[in-house]
Design a protein around this ligand. Structure first.
Ligand code: NAP
Length: 292
């Protein structure tokens, strides 16, 4: 069994981006500029956005954090998105979710220019991804593809079971794994909370991707001997032994699942570090006008 070291792969990709940045600076080309919109004061959202801004700084990207009070109206927020769309210096725009209840997130996502949608949430990017056209691919599924690729894991002809069908993880993951690409060509089963006999279904997977958000739900009985297990789940659970008072748990019961696997991602330091790095890659692609 081999542990997939997401932190090491993310560091490797960061070095590659740093090299590209050196070339960009040397040739006077455009420095990538990521804009994050944050509405309200949700604690987790603050942390996520702060980490994205920090990564921009580390890599020499420009970043702008636009903060708005939770009372901002939907039309005011859409007007702010349009301002970013029209600003040629700004390459990528992310609007941190969740938004207050009076704002429709789909409307906001659809207002972001597909050209600046580095989160890959716009229907045009999702549609282009499904058709195999150049598109921004959402960060977490892209991170999983990169992990499989960098570890040389064969996916062609394999049965991939994805647990969870969310718009940001499970659904795009299932589309990507069945595409006719180097990391792809799987026969995919997409499962969700209404799936019957989930454990039996998962136990037929050569590659199991868990993204349901229930800590340690996937136990040894879900796993075929020799399977590749990718744990996207990330949940804070109370842990009085930790200084912070909480621990991060994946969707997979690591200790009992790992001995049955050929490869497995741990939590933390598995998929998590890949997500931000994928967002940075998308921002770089946008600055280079490589997709649109
Ligand atoms: P989500 O929007 O809550 O979606 C969860 C999905 O899991 C839904 O499709 C749901 O089915 C399905 N599900 C729930 N209970 C289930 C069960 N008992 N059996 C089978 N399927 C079940 O979650 P998400 O945003 O995709 O996130 C999933 C997990 O990944 C969370 O822990 C999140 O924190 C983590 N995550 C990590 C990263 C990272 O960077 N590592 C990034 C994004 C998300 P229904 O559709 O039927 O409700």
């Amino acid at each position: 069994m081999q542990i997939i070291d997401g932190k090491a792969v993310a560091d490797e990709i960061k070095k590659e981006i740093a090299l590209e940045m050196e070339a960009i600076l040397a040739s006077g080309k455009k420095i990538p500029h990521l804009v994050a919109i944050l509405v309200g004061n949700n604690g987790s959202s603050e942390t996520y956005v702060a980490n994205k801004v920090k990564s921009c700084e580390e890599l020499g990207f420009k970043s702008s954090l636009l903060r708005f009070p939770p009372t901002i109206t939907e039309s005011e927020l859409l007007a702010e998105v349009i301002k970013v769309n029209e600003n040629d210096d700004m390459d990528g725009l992310i609007v941190q979710l969740p938004l207050p209840n009076h704002i429709n997130p789909d409307k906001v996502m659809e207002t972001i220019s597909p050209r600046k949608d580095v989160d890959g949430f716009h229907p045009i990017n999702i549609g282009r991804m499904a058709k195999g056209l150049p598109a921004y691919i959402s960060a977490t599924p892209q991170g999983v593809l990169d992990l499989l690729d960098r570890y040389g894991i064969e996916t062609s002809g394999k049965h991939c079971v994805v647990v969870g069908r969310s718009q940001i993880v499970g659904l795009p993951m299932s589309i990507l794994m069945q595409r006719n690409t180097k990391i792809g060509n799987c026969t995919v089963t997409l499962t969700h909370s209404r799936t019957q006999n989930l454990a039996e279904m998962c136990a037929t997977a050569d590659i199991l991707i868990a993204a349901l958000g229930i800590p340690e739900f996937i136990t040894a009985e879900f796993i075929k001997e020799g399977a590749v297990v990718i744990d996207v789940g990330l949940t804070r659970v109370e842990d009085t032994t930790k200084k912070s008072g909480f621990a991060l748990k994946g969707d997979v019961k690591f200790d009992e699942v790992a001995p049955k696997c050929s490869y497995i991602t741990p939590v933390p330091k598995g998929v998590g570090p890949m997500t931000i790095v994928s967002l940075m890659k998308n921002t770089l692609l946008s600055a280079k006008r490589a997709i649109y």
